[in-house]
Ligand binder design. Structure first.
Ligand SMILES: NC(=O)c1ccc[n+]([C@@H]2O[C@H](COP(=O)([O-])OP(=O)(O)OC[C@H]3O[C@@H](n4cnc5c(N)ncnc54)[C@H](OP(=O)(O)O)[C@@H]3O)[C@@H](O)[C@H]2O)c1
Length: 240
């Protein structure tokens, strides 16, 4: 499977799953426009990838509307189209007690996950509409599924993920006539091995093991490489 003709935007790719996506998609030939909260973090990942693929690094603070607009306009100075937008970024907030988080933490969690996802998608929509194969992928979470209660995440994180779920649900219907697929993933906690380490190949992936980043990357690749009549709207996963 190759992505040589795909131009892909990934948010929050300075570490963890965003970095994993950037590395794997660039290796498969995609031209990757990655962002992180700081330019230094984005450039670190770009430098890890640059001898394996085509990659550009940008700063984007998902809690800052001007920073999001600036990211989109900088990408637009490199390319007239984006084929895949991956809304990966969202701050995690731990703690099942509502009082355990400061007001600032609550604001930041909802702003990065909920408002940030909406504004990034809004800012990149013109570039997506210039593509013949536009896809918006959003890393939601099992916490965004109605009735879910198995996570120790803070209520504000549940709220942010539920907002992402509501946003992508309606967007999926509304952008369907324009040919934009809006594809959401609702994983439970997953293991994120380093794609540059041996464990990427050796991590256990049996029925009794936790979900892996490898499987999530494969779900995304499967979804975006389907013919356009195959509009996979969401991926849900049974927890172990
Ligand atoms: N890991 C899991 O088990 C799991 C399960 C279900 C869903 N997910 C979702 O999958 C996605 C990726 O997961 P992950 O494990 O890689 O997440 P993570 O380890 O918690 O990393 C969060 C990422 O979001 C970035 N971020 C936070 N606030 C930001 C802001 N204001 N502006 C820009 N970037 C910001 C962080 O950047 P900094 O380095 O600057 O902090 C970091 O890159 C997230 O949306 C997460 O909610 C993860």
């Amino acid at each position: 499977m190759r992505l040589d003709h795909h131009r892909v935007v990934i948010t929050a790719a300075g570490r963890d799953f965003g970095r994993t996506l950037a590395l794997r998609l660039a290796e498969l030939g995609a031209e990757v426009f990655l962002s992180a909260r700081t330019l230094a973090a984005a450039e670190r990942v770009r430098d890890e990838i640059s001898d394996r693929g085509r990659v550009h690094a940008f700063a984007c603070d998902l809690t800052d509307a001007a920073s999001i607009r600036d990211f989109a306009s900088r990408v637009a100075s490199h390319t007239d189209r984006v084929d895949v937008l991956i809304n990966n970024g969202a701050r995690y907030l731990e703690g099942p007690a509502l009082q355990s988080a400061s007001d600032a933490d609550v604001v930041d969690t909802v702003a990065s996950g909920a408002t940030g996802t909406i504004l990034v998608t809004k800012s990149f929509l013109p570039l997506l509409l210039n593509s013949e194969k536009p896809d918006v992928i959003t890393m939601v979470s099992a916490c965004g599924t109605a009735g879910h209660q198995r996570s120790d995440a803070h209520d504000a994180f549940y709220a942010a993920k539920s907002a992402q779920a509501g946003f992508t649900e309606i967007l999926s219907r509304r952008l369907r006539p324009q040919g934009v697929r809006v594809i959401s993933l609702y994983p439970p906690d997953f293991d994120n091995a380093d794609p540059l380490a041996e464990e990427w190949e050796t991590a256990p992936r049996g029925a009794k093991d936790a979900l892996t980043a490898q499987s999530l990357v494969e779900c995304i690749l499967f979804a975006v490489t389907q013919p356009r009549d195959c509009f996979i709207k969401s991926f849900h996963f049974e927890q172990v």
